[in-house]
Design a protein around this ligand. Structure first.
Ligand code: ZN
Length: 136
């Protein structure tokens, strides 16, 4: 079994943004030469996340961000964190910082409508996404 780690950059443009990174993940998986195993997509940031959801209709990521904004307001009395981005940290913990995808015959085992999203919660920023591919 081989383990290969690679990373790529993502530039966000908005404070809250879901960016489809499926093609970048595909590219590093192809480059790894591993065709069967599993893939971990991870972001080493405290105010961002990784999720898998529908990438066919752009209204879906829009509605996810709208709902997160309703659940976790940017300004709330009682927040104590001095950077003023407590909502970003809470969203990161709710969404999580990684996803695991099965890899079969060189193809990421995503559903027809699924895509991998980098979730920015404190942009715009330059971010890093790490990908670990394990298998043969
Ligand atoms: Zn902070």
């Amino acid at each position: 079994m081989k383990i290969i780690e690679m990373d790529f950059s993502v530039n966000s443009k908005d404070r809250n943004q879901m960016i489809d990174i499926t093609s970048q993940v595909h590219a590093v998986v192809s480059e790894s030469g591993i065709s069967n195993g599993d893939v971990i997509v991870y972001c080493p940031h405290t105010t961002a996340g990784i999720t898998i959801n529908e990438n066919a209709d752009p209204d879906v990521p829009h509605d996810i961000l709208l709902t997160l904004a309703d659940l976790i307001p940017q300004n709330k009395s009682g927040y104590q964190h001095c950077e003023g981005n407590s909502d970003s940290h809470v969203k990161s913990s709710l969404i999580g910082t990684s996803q695991q995808i099965l890899l079969n015959n060189g193809t990421l085992n995503l559903g027809t409508w699924q895509g991998i999203f980098f979730c920015e919660f404190d942009g715009p920023r330059n971010r890093k996404v790490k990908v670990q591919i394990k298998g043969e």
